[in-house]
Design a protein around this ligand. Sequence first.
Ligand code: MN
Length: 234
Amino acid sequence: MTDKSYVIPPPPQATIAVAGSDKVFPVRRIWCVGRNYVEHIKEMGQDERLPPFYFAKPADAIAPDGATVPYPSLTKDMHHEVELVVALKSGGRNIPVDKANDCIWGYAVGVDLTRRDLQIASRDLKRPWEIGKAFDHSAPCGALKPVSETGYLTKGKITLKCNGTLRQDGDLNQMIWNVPEIISNLSEMVELAPGDIIMTGTPSGVAATVAGDKLECAVEGVGTLIVTIGPALK
Ligand code: MN
C-alpha cells in the first residue's frame, strides 16, 4: 500500500450542493473580496477609490441552503452580507482577465456572515480579520448552478430579505471590479486551483441579524439561499 497512513482520521471534504443534481462541488479555499460595491463602501465609511482586497474563510465554514446557523460566540453585532459566489473548475497564476471566465465552474448565492464588532475592533488595532470573518458556519452557500446554464454573469439583482423585509437590494452590475478582474487580480497574489470559491463582495444594506431571523437571499439567474439564525451554542 502506497497511500499515506493518517495518524488521525482525515477531516471531511467541505462541499457545496449542485442544483438539480446529487453531485457536490468540493471546496478547497474560500476567498472573499473586502469591498466591491460603492454604496457598501460608503456605508462602512471607507474611500471608494481604493482597490479591493481579499481575506479568507476556512473551507469548513460552508453551511448549506436551509441550514440553521448558531449565533456565534463573542459578538453582539453579527451582520449579513449577501454575495455572489463564484466556484472555480481551474486556476493558475497570473490569469489574464480575458481568460479568467474560463476558470468558472458555476455560481451560487452566499452570505458572508460577519462579527462586525470584532472585525472593526481588529481593523482599528491593525490586527487580522479572522476573528470577525472566519468563524464556524460563517459562509452559508446555496446550491451551485453551472455556467453552462447561467452564462457568464455581468448583471442581475442580488437581494437579501430578513424576516420578509428587503434589506439588501443591489445589482451585479454595481461591482467595482467584475468577476474576471477579481479572478485575474487574485491569481497575482496566490495560485488559484480547482475547488476554490470566491465571495465577490456585498451591496449596501448590511445590518445586524439575531437569533430567530430568517434570511432569504437571491441572485437573479443563479438561485436562492435560505438561512435561519439559531440560538448561541452553550
Ligand atoms: Mn463580504
